[in-house]
Structure formats: C-alpha cells, structure tokens
Design a protein around this ligand. Structure first.
Ligand code: NDP
Length: 279
C-alpha cells in the first residue's frame, strides 16, 4: 500500500519542472494521474518517466491542452472523470512569467504582459477550480496551488505583474479554502523561491540567462542563505504533503514557503535582475 492508492490527481503544468516532479511522485506513491501541458513532446517525456518507475500505463492520462482555453479545461476535467471515475487532488501548478522583449521592467513593461500573466497564473486557476469543484466535493478532496515568494510582502518591482499574479493567487487560496472547507475540501499552497526548471525558457529569456540568475543567487548569501537552488522534487514533496490528509489535515488556506531562506533576507531585491542574468 502506498499513500495515494485509490486517489486520482490532476497536476497542471506537468509537462515540465515542478508539475512534472509532482506528477511522478503522486504516480509513484499509488495515485492515478492526469498530466497536462501544451507541449506534446514534453508531456510524453513526463509519461515515460512515470512508466519507467514501474507505474502501470493505465494509471496515466496525458491531455495536451492550453489551460487558458475553457474548452481545454473542460476536456481536461471530463477526460479525467471518464477515465478514472473521480478526482481527489487538483494541483494548480501551471504558470509562468513574461519578460518584456525590450528588457523593460516595472511599470514600463507593456500591459499586454499583465493580461497574459493574469490569464494563466490566476484566471485559469479560478475557472479550472470551478470546473473541478463538484468532483472534489464528492471525494472530499484537496487542492494545492503553486504560488511564489514573489507574492510578497516585499516588493518585486522587476517582475511586478508576475508578483501581482501570485499575490492574487495567495488571496484566492485563502478565500477558496474557507469557501470549500464546509464541503470537506482543503485548499493550500506552496510558495517556492528559486527552482531549476524550464521557466526561464518559458519566460522568453535568452538561453542560459535564468541559470545565470540562479548561480548568482547561490553565490550570494543575501539572496539565498542555504546556498543551493531547489530541484523540482523538493517542491513536489511539499505538494504531496499538502495533498496527504493524514499528514496535513489541519492546515487550511495556508501557503508553505520553501525557499532556502530567501524570503527571510530578500537581498535579491537590492540587485538588478537584468544584471544578475548577464553576470
Ligand atoms: P516550467 O516552465 O518548467 O513549467 C511550467 C508548466 O506550466 C509547463 O508544464 C507548461 O506546459 C505549463 N504551462 C504554462 N503555460 C501554460 C498554458 N497556457 N497552458 C497549459 N500549460 C501551461 O516552470 P516551473 O515548473 O518553474 O513552474 C511551475 C510553477 O511554479 C509556476 O506556477 C511558477 O510560477 C511557479 N514557481 C516557479 C519558480 C521557479 O523558480 N522555477 C519559483 C516560484 C514559483 P507547456 O509549456 O507544455 O504548455
């Protein structure tokens, strides 16, 4: 018996990074999983990683869709219920940031980046959660959102629209938690600091720029006291903890910070992000 035996988990953004690590962990620990993302090839890589660890093929459903489309979301929920008959765990992980093509930051960044980041990091979470709600109420399930330490309370003016989307997500976590706990559904979130994933490429940064920023952080204690950027699996373990009612039943509407100490010092905010990525 493994801890998620008999459970069905839907992990958004599982074609890469944190979501992929979480989907693999849930599957290895007995859950049936729906994996999703737009990139079909990367989605297949996640599926193969899961199968490699001995998970039966019929425990995995891969659905390629754009989460900003409600039609895509309907397909995701409907195909999960059609294949597995239930939904116990929803991980709202898919997300990204957008950098300005001319390197503009703060209020100089075009407002279209604000619209785009809110669309995927916030609006799609609201609509997908609304669609999943009836199934989660039936199973007395769990929702885990993936936020960020960029949510604050410190200012993150270099990436203000991204930071605003995550601050908004944290309030969603609290409100949805109170809205849904009366039906037996728990909502919580994890707030990572820097994690080695595909997010730099997804943001449209030049090759190697995100990695340079992570290396800069590792060598500056005021940015990252523990001196080591997280791997996706470090965050996946916290997602699994928050989805495991035997371990975390009394945690409701909270965000667990997992950032190697960054938010206690927040020295990164005193550095210029663009310079960190080029040094
Ligand atoms: P990755 O870029 O590695 O993964 C992001 C995932 O989201 C991919 O699977 C991507 O799939 C999916 N995604 C993005 N946009 C869409 C869309 N429109 N429709 C469907 N899927 C989409 O990044 P991370 O793993 O780092 O990011 C996961 C979460 O962690 C995000 O919410 C991010 O904000 C958060 N986070 C990350 C940190 C970090 O340092 N890496 C720090 C703090 C928080 P595809 O490309 O196939 O569509």
């Amino acid at each position: 018996m493994t801890r998620f035996n008999g459970k069905v988990a839907l992990v958004t953004g599982s074609s890469n990074g944190i979501g992929r690590a979480a989907a693999i962990l849930f599957a290895q620990e007995g859950a049936k999983v729906t994996i999703t993302g737009r990139n079909v090839q990367r989605l297949e890589e996640t599926k193969q990683e899961i199968l490699k660890s001995g998970v039966p093929e019929d425990h995995v459903l891969a659905v390629a869709c754009d989460l900003t489309s409600e039609q895509g979301q309907d397909e995701l929920i409907n195909s999960t219920i059609a294949k597995f008959g239930r939904l116990d765990i929803l991980v709202n992980n898919a997300g990204t940031a957008f950098v300005d093509s001319q390197g503009k930051t703060g209020l100089n960044q075009d407002v279209s980046d604000y619209d785009n980041v809110m669309q995927i990091n916030m609006r799609s979470v609201v609509t997908l959660t609304k669609k999943a709600k009836e199934h989660l109420i039936k199973s007395k399930g769990e929702i885990v959102n993936v936020s960020s330490i960029a949510a604050g309370p410190q200012a993150h003016s270099d990436m203000m629209y991204y930071a605003m989307s995550k601050a908004s997500l944290d309030q969603f976590t609290r409100c949805a938690a109170i809205d849904l706990i009366q039906h037996g559904v728990r909502v919580n979130s994890v707030s990572p600091g820097g994690v080695t994933t595909g997010i730099g490429e997804a943001m449209g940064l030049p090759a190697g720029a995100f990695e340079k920023m992570m290396k800069f952080m590792e060598s500056h204690k005021e940015c990252l006291p523990c001196g080591k950027i997280a791997e996706p699996v470090d965050i996946a373990h916290i997602i699994a903890f928050l989805a495991d009612r035997r371990l975390s039943s009394y945690i409701i509407g909270q965000s667990i910070v997992a950032d190697g100490g960054s938010s206690l010092v927040m020295g990164c905010q005193a550095h210029d992000m663009m310079k960190m990525m080029s040094s």
